[in-house]
Design a protein around this ligand. Structure first.
Ligand code: SF4
Length: 328
């Protein structure tokens, strides 16, 4: 076994729930490990099918897929629970087993001018949090975990669209330290104004993400400006249970009031090729993962903005109000 996951929890849950058929969802980075999970189900005589669909977050448990297959349980590997649903789901976390000491040592020079550190981590590092806290406290720092607010599973846990927990401690810290990857840190940069430093375990680097916030905000303002000139608007919703960022009917009404010509479009998963054939739509508002418009806008053939940005474009909220809440 090369992967460290909550095997005991998995076996315990399977024995307790006694499912006939299980649909397994694997986070993208562990799809390569599917064959390592199969024996756990085989040993218990449980039929298992692995979903080949994308699994970017626990916001998207494959309930419809499970129902279509007649599965009576979903086992979701690699993310922590995002929200409660009626369908039975077991979340199994996967741990990254790494020696973080060299990276923590390296971070001290970047943290010299900061005393109070706001800390968040992606879930595969949860088992290391106590060690990390002790390390920084030993070096004279105050260590403050982000609050458990919104759809995060633990204090300090970071998810790419949930930054209320960081915002809530912003006044108590001098900087934020994120253990994870660029994706999580970039969301933090857009949500808080204090400096954000990334402990990038995958590239063995410590980076202060200065300048990124201004660059992205400038780009988002440009997209909002373009959107204001658009006439035909597509409001895109996804069927994923956790990706309901805003009300399509509310937007439909507001857009009509402003003389625009909006329609609502539904998708399993938004992608640039799917919007191509809506060739007479000038701009899109996506109510799925807000990181699609923000991170991937360049891949889209037309202007695409988030729900929050649409509120700014329509004059319902000011840009400053939006920055206060956080763009993501
Ligand atoms: S909505 Fe986007 S950022 Fe939020 S959990 Fe899902 S994939 Fe991650």
């Amino acid at each position: 076994m090369t992967l460290d996951f909550e095997k005991e929890k998995l076996v315990r849950e399977l024995k307790k729930r006694k499912p006939g058929k299980v649909l397994v969802q694997l986070a993208e980075g562990i799809k390569q490990n599917a064959t390592e999970f199969q024996p756990v189900f085989d040993e218990l005589g449980i039929e298992v099918i692995f979903s080949g669909e994308t699994s970017w977050g626990a916001c998207a448990p494959a309930v419809q897929e499970a129902e279509a297959l007649g599965a009576d349980l979903i086992v979701h590997f690699g993310h922590a629970e995002f929200m409660k649903l009626d369908f039975p789901i077991v979340y199994i976390e996967v741990r990254d087993i790494l020696d973080l000491n060299p990276l923590l040592q390296k971070s001290l020079s970047k943290l010299k001018k900061y005393k109070r550190i706001g800390f968040s981590y992606s879930v595969q590092h949860r088992h290391d949090v106590e060690k990390i806290k002790k390390f920084y406290e030993k070096h004279g720092k105050q260590f403050v975990l982000s609050k458990k607010l919104g759809h995060v599973a633990y204090e300090g846990h970071i998810v790419g669209c949930q930054y209320a927990g960081l915002k809530s401690i912003e006044q108590d810290v001098d900087c934020f330290l994120i253990l994870g990857n660029q994706f999580h840190a970039m969301g933090a940069v857009l949500s808080v104004e204090k400096p954000v430093i990334l402990l990038d375990v995958y590239n063995n680097e410590v980076r202060e993400l200065s300048g990124l916030r201004e660059r992205i905000l400038k780009q988002r303002m440009a997209s909002i400006e373009k959107f204001r000139n658009a006439k035909n608007i597509g409001i895109i919703t996804e069927i994923k249970p956790g990706q309901k960022f805003g009300s399509p009917t509310y937007l439909l009404e507001k857009l009509k009031e402003q003389g625009k010509n909006p329609i609502i479009i539904t998708m399993n998963e938004l992608s640039p090729d799917k919007i191509l054939n809506f060739y007479n739509i000038d701009a899109f508002i996506e109510l799925a993962c807000p990181r699609i418009a923000i991170d991937d806008f360049a891949k889209y053939p037309r202007t695409i903005i988030t729900f929050k940005e649409a509120l700014v474009a329509l004059g319902i909220k000011s840009w400053q109000q939006m920055l206060k809440i956080g763009l993501v």
